[in-house]
Design a protein. Structure first.
Length: 158
C-alpha cells in the first residue's frame, strides 16, 4: 500500500468537503486512526452511532499527555478487541478539518496501518458503534463511509 502523497510533502486534497493539509501543530484536538488490513486484503470498519454517522476505521482522541502511538493501540483494542502488533506504522500525519463531538472543527491526525493474520474482531463499544466487519475495498465503496475515512481510504488505495 502506497499513499499517492508523501507525508512530508506539502499538498492539499479536497473530497466530500474534507480538507487535508500539512500539520501545523497548532490544533488543540488531536486524533488517531488505524487502517487494519487482514491477510485477505480486507479492511476493518466500524459503523458509528456517535459523532459523524457512518462506517469508519478504529479511531479516537489523543488524551492529554498520551503519545499518539499509545492512543492508536488503546483505541484499536477498546473498539475492536484487536491487539496491536509490530506491523503498525504511521502513514499519514496531517491537519484535517473534520468536526467532532468535543466541539472541534479540525484535528491533527495520525493515521496508522496495521496488517493482521486473522479476521478476528468484536464490537466492544455497542453504545458507540452499531456494527463491525471486514470489507473488501469494492464492498467498502458501497457503504456510507464517514467523509474523513472515504478521503483517507481513497488516498491509501488509489
Amino acid at each position: 500500500m502506497i499513499f499517492k502523497n508523501k507525508r512530508f510533502r506539502e499538498w492539499r486534497l479536497a473530497m466530500d468537503e474534507v480538507m487535508v493539509t500539512p500539520p501545523t501543530g497548532k490544533l488543540p484536538c488531536k486524533a488517531v486512526g488505524i487502517i487494519v488490513i487482514n491477510e485477505k486484503g480486507e479492511i476493518l470498519l466500524l459503523d458509528r452511532r456517535k459523532g459523524t454517522p457512518g462506517w469508519a476505521c478504529p479511531a479516537g482522541h489523543v488524551e492529554p499527555g498520551e503519545h499518539e502511538l499509545v492512543t492508536a493501540k488503546r483505541e484499536l483494542f477498546e473498539e475492536t478487541g484487536v491487539q496491536a502488533n509490530d506491523s503498525m506504522k504511521l502513514v499519514l500525519w496531517a491537519d484535517i478539518n473534520n468536526p467532532c463531538n468535543r466541539g472541534a472543527k479540525a484535528h491533527e491526525w495520525w493515521i496508522y496501518t496495521m496488517v493482521v493474520d486473522h479476521d478476528l474482531a468484536e464490537l466492544k463499544e455497542p453504545k458507540s458503534h452499531k456494527g463491525i466487519g471486514w470489507f473488501e475495498l469494492a464492498e467498502a465503496e458501497a457503504l456510507e463511509i464517514e467523509p474523513i475515512w472515504r478521503l483517507v481510504l481513497n488516498m491509501a488505495f488509489i
